[in-house]
Design a protein around this ligand. Structure first.
Ligand SMILES: [Zn+2]
Ligand SMILES: [Zn+2]
Length: 188
């Protein structure tokens, strides 16, 4: 069965070299839906607690929220970094606190200090799905991702093979030591 959770991500981007309005910098509220597949954990009668899927995903994805997402070859990138540098906010500001863990994959690099994500490919809804899967595939049993942004939407299904060992009392992923990191339940 699947547990399904949805959340909003607000971001600015543009499609560099795209022949249309989207070549200009603009913003969206994107909606990401994550479907996680596994057996139903009999202890709590759920696949996975949705707030825990959100916590796991958000730790990484908050780097995209209220962030600027630009392709690595976009000339806006050095221009904007130059302005941030001049202003003294390139390496952080006291008011910039909602920062995720910095990450770097094949497809994207997050710079939480200046709320920037640099991407290899254009951040279309399809591009976002590829990036999200790359970032979360080892943390969650993702069966499907859907991303919508304005009139655009895309989805992709994935084969899930492994089953995650979950706590029978609170439903979250058991620690490698056989102890639940949340409620302290010990496997016998
Ligand atoms: Zn757009
Ligand atoms: Zn637990």
């Amino acid at each position: 069965m699947r547990s399904i959770t949805t959340f909003d991500i607000q971001y600015a981007h543009r499609f560099y070299r795209f022949q249309g309005e989207a070549q200009y910098l603009h913003g969206h509220t994107g909606v990401l839906t994550i479907e996680v597949e596994d057996s139903v954990n009999p202890g709590v009668n759920m696949v996975f607690p949705c707030n825990e899927i959100q916590k796991t995903a958000w730790a990484v994805l908050k780097n995209f929220d209220h962030a600027l997402v630009l392709r690595e070859d976009d000339p806006l990138l050095p221009a904007i970094l130059g302005v941030y540098e001049q202003q003294g906010i390139k390496n952080g500001a006291p008011t910039n606190q909602m920062k995720g863990e910095a990450f770097k994959t094949e497809l994207c690099t997050a710079y939480p200090d200046c709320r920037l994500v640099v991407t290899k490919e254009t951040m279309t809804v399809e591009g976002m799905i590829k990036m999200v899967y790359e970032l979360l595939k080892d943390k969650l049993n993702i069966a499907k991702l859907t991303f919508t942004s304005g009139v655009n939407a895309a989805s992709q299904e994935y084969q899930t093979s492994k089953s995650i060992d979950r706590c029978p009392r609170c439903g979250i992923t058991m620690g490698a030591d056989g102890v639940c990191p949340k409620c302290g339940y010990k496997k016998k």
